[in-house]
Every structure is written in structure tokens, then in C-alpha cells.
Design a protein around this ligand. Sequence first.
Ligand code: GLU
Length: 525
Amino acid sequence: MRNGLKPELIERVLGGKPKYTLHELEEKFPPRDLPEGAFVTRFAPSPTGFMHIGGLYQVLINSKLAQQSGGVFMLRIEDTDTKREVADAVKIIIDSLSKFGLAYNNDEKYGPYFQSQRRDIYHSVVADLLARGLAYPCFLTADEMEDIRNRQTAAGFPTGIYGEFARDRDLTDEDIIAHLDKGEVPSIRLYSTGNPAQRIFCKDAVRGSISFPENNEDLVLIKSNDGLPTYHFAHLCDDHFMHTTHVVRGAEWLSSLPLHYQLFRMMGWAPPLYIHTSTLDTIDAESGKQRKLSKRHDPESNVANLLADGWPTNAVLEYLFNIIASGYEEAKLKGAVKSIWDYEFKPKKIPMSGALFDMKKLEWWAKENIAQMPVDTLVKNVIDWAQNYADSVRKDQVADVQYLRNVLSIERDNPKRIRKDFITWRQTLEEVAYFWDNLFQPNREFEFNADVLNAFLSTFDINDDKDSWWNKIVAIAVNAGVKNGDVAMNLRVALTGRTNTPDLYSIMQVMGKDRVIERVKGALK
Ligand code: GLU
């Protein structure tokens, strides 16, 4: 510990009087009124203009932990890196959460939820550390720090501002005033008393207790260029005053855990329970090796692409959920649970090392999802997708809602035998494109049997029920000396251009008399 700074000097160092005392902050943000055992969680993205699937995975864990414990899930925007700010970035995050139906509850009382608007809070807390000699103003310039780094590298020392390299660690008040008088603006650094030869025990909900060497780096708490906090310090203040009980964050933060424990200890605050999630991985097409899903190489890593391709959001969530709660799939198949929201999972089960995000597996969840969906929901989803993401061709397909509904209703009436060939909204419209005359592609390879098609035209009545219709097909087959299936295949290809389709009778009913006749005549040409 060093000598604490007097209030006047703290005010000069911070460029203003701290707005609150710690006591006032505690009163401003009282404990939450929640049932015993309720989790308070948050998703705390930095607005980079991109929502990674790994981010959605974390949102899901957070929101599920809060939901199943009767707690609160918040969204906090970590916008303290003003250099990296991107337009619309926050909108992208909020829109993604809303599209996936993942609601957050930002109770005004604990806000604001943009870190850039919480400066008063950070300055008030850092003032307390300055007063207690646990933090100090540091006037090192970028060049000076570069110089220190070079010296450390040359001598084979760990880099960073610590111990003897922390030039301003023990500046006297007079030294500090002299710097300030020259107009220099300091950063505020932690006055670390950690000793790397000793170990600190930290807890991770999945990994259990882990020991690390103590931190001896005088890390920056408040930056000099904009007076905003670093992640480490902001998360300390925010997760304390927002009463976060569980911090779910990427495993890249695991190595900062000793520092974070140190900070909480210095403040006399209980740290939250940390859950460090692993990366979502893929199998690299070239090397065949498992690696992290990358923004650059894997389009599926971008949530925006999944939405644009029309993946059912619920399927994405169920698949992600099954990664953290591996018993979910079985419970769902057995009918023991209806959705992820009624399956309770244990944080301990979250995978510790890279979990595979496999598009084939996602396809399975998507097919199952669409198969279980009431047709009206299916129609609505397809229309919503087309209106937001599709080109004019696909938009035309959803213009006549009744026709679309009829098309999508085929083979959905028997709950035990619902078709499973729809995967995404885009692919669904492609799959049924032959129902639209401008998209229908006549089959030029198939050798039609003209006698069969003519016989069909002469007896066809759209009002026939399924049995009469089939009896006519059988009669045509007998007359022509071919199999029933051959007659059906001639009709199938004539009507759809394809050799494999759902139920032919239903297709004709949906297409209607004129379209059926026209297509069969077309095949005869
Ligand atoms: N803004 C940090 C990140 O995006 C958040 C980490 C956390 O959740 O605490 O990695």
C-alpha cells in the first residue's frame, strides 16, 4: 500500500469531484428483491457490429440460468473502447436477441446499461481506491511504455507495468502535482501488492477451484485518453452494483481471474461465480482438425447470416441448448419437455473445451422444429423471412397467402407422418417452387407416355375424392398395360418436373384444375 491521496488531489487527478461515496452507491443500488437462489446474469457484449454465434450461445446460457431460477437477465453494453465503436452495432445486438425471442430485463434502478454512461460510478469507486492508496495516477506516455516493454523483452522479463518498472507507483503528492501542473492527464493504475510467487485460489462454476500466481501488474483501471474504465475495472463496479450473481463469459477471460479476484477483495466485495464458456468449434475443411468457428472463414459463425438464410430461430436455440444440456434432446424426443424453457440444466454440465457446432446437426433440429410447427406458424415464418430477406422472386411466392398456405399444408395432417423436407425458410420456398408457374421447370429428360397423359386428361375431374382419383389411375394403367406407379410417375413429372414429391393427389388439389391440365398438356408437347 502507498499513501492515500487527499480529496483535493483526487479531484484534480480525476478532473472533477467524485459524484458519490461508496455508501451512497450502495444505497443507490440496493440488493435486489429476489427469491433465494435466483441468478442474476448478464450478457455484456462490446459493440463490434457483429453478433457471433458464440455470443448467442452465451446469451442463451445467461437467459436460461435466470429463467430457471426465477432471476434476472440483463443486457449491458460494454462501450468503453471508443476507438472501436461501430455504427449500428448496438442495434445489431438488440435485434438479434429480439429475433431469437431472448428477452432481457434492464430494470432502470440498476442502470444505465451502457458503460459509457456510468463514468460517475467508476470515478467514485476509483476515488475510494486512490484515497486508500490502492490505486495511483500514472503519467507514463505511450513512448515511455514502449521503451519499458523493449527493455523488459531484451532482459527476458515479463512485460507490463509492475514493481520496479512501475515508475509512478510511489510518486509523492508533490510529484503528482508537478505532472498535473504541466497539463498531463494520468491514467489510474491499480497499486498491486500481489506476489506471483504465491498463489490465489479462484472459482469457476464448471472447472471448480483453480489456483493462479497472484497478479503483480499495476493494470490500468481508468484510461487517460477518455477517462473511461478498462474492462477489468468496469466489470468489477458493474457486476457489484448490478448484483450479478453469475458471470458467464468467454474462456479468454480465465487468465484475468486472479486480477478480478484481487479487485473484488480490495473492495471487500464478494465476487460473482464465474462460468467461462468454451469456444464453439468446427472441423476445418482443409486440415480436418477441430478449430474455433471464425468470423472470416465460417459464414455460420455470424448470427446475421443464419437469420438471412432463414434458419428457424428456435432450432438454433434448441441445438445450442443441447450443447450445454446434453440430456435435452432425449427429454424432448420422449415428450418429457416441450421446449428448452422447461428443461432445467446444471451449469456444471456446460462443456469446458471446444464444443462442435455442426451444421448437419442443426439441420436435424431444423427439420424437427418445422415438422412440429402448426402450419399457420410455418406460413407466418416463411412470409416474415421473405419480407425481410428475400429477392423479388421469393417475395412473389408469398404474395398469395392462401395459395402458400395450401402448398405448405401438404402432408401435415397426420401428426405421425409429417414431412421432414423443410429445413430453412429459404429452402422451404425453393423446395415448393414448382407450384408457381414462373418458377416451374418442366422436365425435358423424362420420356412421357402420351397415351397415359391423354387418358388422364379425358377422365380428370378435380372434384374426385382420393379413392375415385386413384381408381381412374388404376384403370389408365390397365388400359395402357403399364404399372399404376408408371401412371403416377408420368403425372408427377408432368406436374412438378420432379420424380420425387409429396402426395400427388394433394398436389393436384392445391394446384387446381386449370394448372393441372395446362401442365399435363405442356408435357405432351
Ligand atoms: N465485453 C466483454 C467481452 O465482450 C464481456 C466479458 C464479460 O461478459 O464479462 O468479452
